[in-house]
Structure formats: C-alpha cells, structure tokens
Design a protein around this ligand. Structure first.
Ligand SMILES: [Zn+2]
Length: 398
C-alpha cells in the first residue's frame, strides 16, 4: 500500500488505532469521540471505537500510541512552479519539506514565479494548462497540489475562460498580480471565471514584490472573488479599518497567511469570529516568498492564532483543514466517511511546558509529527522538520 506510485490511489485496508485525541476538522464538533479509523482503498470507511468496528485483515495497522490524529493540513495559498523546485529562493524539495510539516494538500494562487512567465494571452493560458497537468501527474512527496492558476491580464475575453475551463483549469491566480488592477476589470474577470466553474482569489493589500501593486478594500469588494487572498497582506496589510470592512461587507473566504502581517491576521480572525462567521477563516502560507520556504508555516499559523489569538487549538485546526475543504470544495480536510484518508499524526513536542498537545499549542509551541498519510498511503514517518514528538506512532510488525 505504501509503495504505490505517486498519484495513484492505494488499494486495501488500513487501520489506525489507539488514537488518544481525534481532531475532526469540523467546527461544529472539533473533537471526535473515537479511537480508531478504518480506511479502505484510500478513503475513510468508518470511525469509532475499535470494539465496534471491523478491523480484521488490515494490510497496514498503525498504532498511534495514544497520540493525536488530525486531517492532513491544507495550505490554501502557495506559488509553485514546476516539480519540486522553486526559483523564488532556488530550493529543491520544498513541497516534500511541507509534507514533513503536516501539509497534504496545497492550492496554487498562481505560478507567478515561473522564470520568463508569459503575459500574452495564448502563453498564459498554455502555462496554466501545463501547470494543471504537471501537478495532476506528479505529486511531490505525495502532496496533492491543485495548480494551473492563471494570472489574468486585461486583454482576456470570456472565451478565454471558457477554453481554460474546458481544458481543466479550476483556479485563478491572485487577481491583481497581473495587469488587471482596476475594480471594474477585476469584477468582470472574476464573473467570467465563476460562470465557467473557475474559483478565484484576489491579492489583498500592498505590493508583494517590485512590480506588483496595491489592492485596497474597495477593489476587493467590487471584484467579489471567492477568496479574499491574504487578508492580512502579503506582506503589507491594509489598514485595520479596511480589513474590518472586508470581513463585515461580504461573505467570501477570509484567508490568513504566514507571509503576512501577524497583527492583521489576529485582527481579521477576531473580527470574523465576532461576526460569528468563523467558517470563513482559512489558512495559507503564501510561500515560497521573499522570506523563503516555510515547511512549518501552517503549524506556526495554528500556534500563533491559538496562543496570541486565544482560540482553542482544536478550533484553529479546523481553519487549516475542514474550513478550507468546505470553502474550496475539496474531498479531504475532514475526518468523516467517504473523505480522502489524509492524516497527520502528532504528539506534544518533547520538553514542552504544555501538559497535553492542545495545551502546548495554546502556549505557542508546535506539535511534533510522527506520521503523515495521504490517500491511505504513509508518506512520511517521524518528521525531519518539527520538534521531536514525545511519543511516536508505530506500524504493526515493527
Ligand atoms: Zn498576493
């Protein structure tokens, strides 16, 4: 099962047992009353207490040793290019490093770092389709990367969106990173994308790197993209009153990123929670970026929002899993039957002051990862990047 080629679903049965804490990814019940998960052919089959489930004849039996299982983390905002290489800071195997940070799914917000990126319409469409294809065919480290996110330019017409959708493009890169920066133009492009089933994200805040521009709250609201991309800036945030206005004046996803302004992230989270709309909050890294590659970026966001933001860690985990899956219509991110069997197995880090894993995160520490599973296949054992976990999951027969 673990030896299946990348991109193909494993067949067979996996049982994950002796779970001490099961985080569901669902805001309405973030902790599940269960100690065992049964996986069949890469999908969650059943969840419950071992005595009540059919756990016979498993090809793979994972004993979590009383530790914590959560849905695999989703990074809602990455900028991939090709394979497992990023030219932004010229690193190889960055995606595999994020796998070691518990990330099992990534969403491209545009392959904008591609050297010599074409800006003519034929070229940008071809590049989007190529990225969609290459990352469908290849899963670096096993990570599911949804890519092929074109950055829209002014000369585009409705037919371009129709063609791209027919060719398999399902995402727009951040609106505002290309030539389209005016509200009315952005609104038209987003509407065409939506008409053909392409999900959109807009760049929010000041320019990221030389060559990009400011997108303020008025433009974001008029464009009406599905995701308010990095509402906390990428890296330069809008004034807090504009961030409040974005939270209050629309119902689109509120994306908080690691490569943004931390104060603005905490403010956007609190404002959205005061509105009782926490289901809108999703997390990303917006990486690779000027500040590099951050394999633990999503875990660090969870610790930041939980500790300084004073939100229970089990709730913040939902922002990085089930919320993103629901807002972006993904088949992962929640521990429920029929979903993709994507899990991260963790425990409190060695020598943390926190008495439990949740306590340690509330105190601002990161958990230690001992196993990551994607589509029912084990993709990494003890993480090479997190602090070492107190207790490690084991495989039967070891
Ligand atoms: Zn951006």
């Amino acid at each position: 099962m673990a030896a299946t080629p990348q991109g193909t679903l494993p067949s067979g049965k996996m049982v994950i047992e002796n779970i001490g804490l099961l985080l569901s990814g669902a805001l309405e019940h973030p902790i599940l009353d269960a100690d065992t998960i049964v996986v069949i052919d890469g999908r969650i089959d059943s969840i419950g207490y071992r005595a009540d489930l059919n756990t016979d004849n498993a090809q793979i039996l994972v004993d979590t040793q009383g530790t914590t299982v959560a849905p695999g983390l989703i990074d809602s905002h990455v900028h991939p290019v090709m394979g497992d290489w990023t030219p932004r800071q010229n690193q190889f195997n960055w995606i595999d490093s994020y796998l070691n940070g518990g990330v099992t799914t990534m969403i491209s917000a545009g392959e904008v770092h591609t050297p010599g990126r074409p800006k003519d319409i034929v070229g940008l469409k071809a590049m989007a389709i190529t990225a969609q294809r290459t990352f469908s065919n290849l899963r670096p480290g096993g990570v599911k990367l949804h890519a092929g996110a074109p950055v829209v330019e002014k000369e585009m017409v409705e037919q371009d969106f129709k063609e791209m959708a027919a060719a398999g493009v399902k995402l727009l890169g951040e609106v505002g990173l290309g030539g389209v920066k005016q509200a009315d133009e952005a609104k038209q492009m987003v509407a065409w994308a939506r008409k053909y089933g392409i999900q959109s994200t807009i760049h929010t805040g000041g320019p990221s790197i030389p060559g990009s521009g400011l997108i303020d709250a008025d433009v974001v609201l008029e464009a009406d993209a599905d995701v308010i991309g990095h509402i906390n800036g990428g890296h330069t945030a809008l004034p807090l009153d504009q961030i409040r206005c974005l939270c209050e004046s629309c119902s689109r996803s509120v994306e908080l990123v690691h490569n943004g302004n931390e104060l603005a992230a905490l403010f956007a989270m609190r404002t959205t929670m005061e509105l009782k709309q926490q289901e809108r909050i999703i997390l990303g890294t917006d990486s690779p970026a000027g500040s590099g590659v951050q394999p633990l970026g999503i875990l660090r966001m969870i610790a930041l929002l939980s500790s300084l933001g004073e939100v229970p860690p089990e709730t913040v985990f939902c922002f990085a899993t089930g919320n993103t899956a629901r807002q972006r219509d993904l088949d992962c991110g929640l521990i429920e039957p029929g979903r993709a069997a994507d899990f991260v197995i963790m425990d409190r880090a060695q020598h943390t002051a926190g008495s439990t894993i949740l306590n340690s995160i509330k105190n601002g520490d990161l958990p230690g990862i001992s196993m990551v599973i994607i589509d029912g296949a084990i993709r990494c054992r003890r993480s090479r990047n997190t602090p070492p976990a107190d207790r490690l999951a084991t495989l039967k027969g070891e």
